[in-house]
Ligand binder design. Structure first.
Ligand SMILES: O=C(O)CCC(=O)C(=O)O
Ligand SMILES: [Fe+2]
Length: 316
């Protein structure tokens, strides 16, 4: 498969059972093969997207000293600012050529989880940044909930199987700035090849060239979205839970050609996580003679900690 299939979430949310089933089949098949789809019909309207980009650019335009006020030690970069070059892909020593911000869950009905998660960090200089970030977080979370419902049906589970695991989940909204490249980057790239950690990722900002996805022959293919589309891919947690039936595909962000070194890239992934107690143990109906259980039992919380150590965001 050399193109990323495009699907429309309105087919799933419509009352037309045939369209709903077609959506389920299309996304399920795409995730068994290439692990990515481009999705229209999501819950983010144009004004929200415009405002979010405006605020995100405003934030990254702040002086470095101001941004660094919001880089909080001791929480593995889970909230607030993470400065340029700090994160490297699993197994790679060069840091990625990016700086980013993390908005986390807004827990309103569960004291224990409120205490488990670090608080969101408030940018004093940009009051709108905080409010718009929260709104985008909620809309992406809602979109992800419906995508997971479709996948639950595809997997032969109850449609609402994931609902309780993702309510108050440890999801993260990560606006990323890849700044202009000012010197020969040698082996460093905007984002080195990696699989995402979480259940699914909803990516805003894949409209320009940069994101590439590895197909099963090992070839890199460009993943470019239409203006109204989100790129949505399977992460390692969902791949593990489904015994690798749904594929967490390796992807990367390449550096632009030299004549475009002077331009920034902004992208905004939403990493959909469950609560940390969710067991990612391989689902029984994804195991058969040809597909023996391929992973040990683990919870989402344990898996996340393992991976944050590998990314250099938390120390052992
Ligand atoms: O910037 C992009 O387009 C993709 C970023 C990405 O893959 C990630 O942050 O996990
Ligand atoms: Fe990624």
């Amino acid at each position: 498969m050399n193109i990323i299939p495009s699907v429309n979430l309105k087919d799933f949310t419509s009352n037309d059972a045939t369209k709903k089933q077609q959506f389920v089949e299309a996304i399920g098949k795409a995730y068994e093969e290439i692990g990515f789809v481009a999705l229209k019909g999501h819950f983010l309207d144009e004004t929200l997207v415009e405002n979010l980009y405006k605020e995100v650019k405003n934030f990254f335009d702040l002086p470095l000293e101001t941004k660094q006020k919001y880089e909080i030690p001791g929480i593995g970069g889970q909230r607030g600012y993470v400065s340029f070059g700090k994160e490297s892909a699993k197994g790679k020593k060069e840091g990625d050529l990016k700086e980013f911000w993390h908005f986390g869950q807004y827990v309103e009905d569960n004291e224990a989880l409120k205490n488990e998660y670090p608080d969101n960090v408030i940018v004093e200089e940009l009051p709108e940044f905080n409010a718009i970030g929260k709104e985008a977080y909620k809309m992406l979370e809602k979109t992800a909930k419906y995508v997971l419902r479709a996948l639950a049906i595809y997997l032969g589970l109850e449609e609402t199987y994931f609902d309780n695991y993702i309510h108050n989940g440890n999801s993260i909204l990560r606006p990323i700035h890849y700044p202009p490249i000012t010197q020969e980057p040698k082996d460093a790239v905007r984002a080195a090849a990696h699989g995402d950690i979480n259940l699914i990722t909803l990516l805003m900002g894949a409209q320009g060239r940069g994101l590439q996805v590895q197909n099963h022959k090992g070839e890199w293919i460009d993943a470019i979205a239409e203006p109204d589309e989100l790129m949505i891919n399977v992460g390692d947690m969902l791949s593990r839970h489904t015994n690798n039936k749904l594929k967490s595909t390796i992807h990367r962000v390449i550096n632009p050609p030299r004549e475009l070194w002077g331009t920034s890239r902004y992208s905004i992934p939403f990493f959909m996580h469950s609560i940390s107690d969710m067991k990612l143990n391989v689902l029984e109906n994804c195991v058969d003679e040809n597909n023996p259980k391929a992973f040990d039992d683990i919870t989402a919380g344990e898996f996340l900690t393992e991976r944050l150590i590998e990314l250099g965001l938390i120390k052992k």
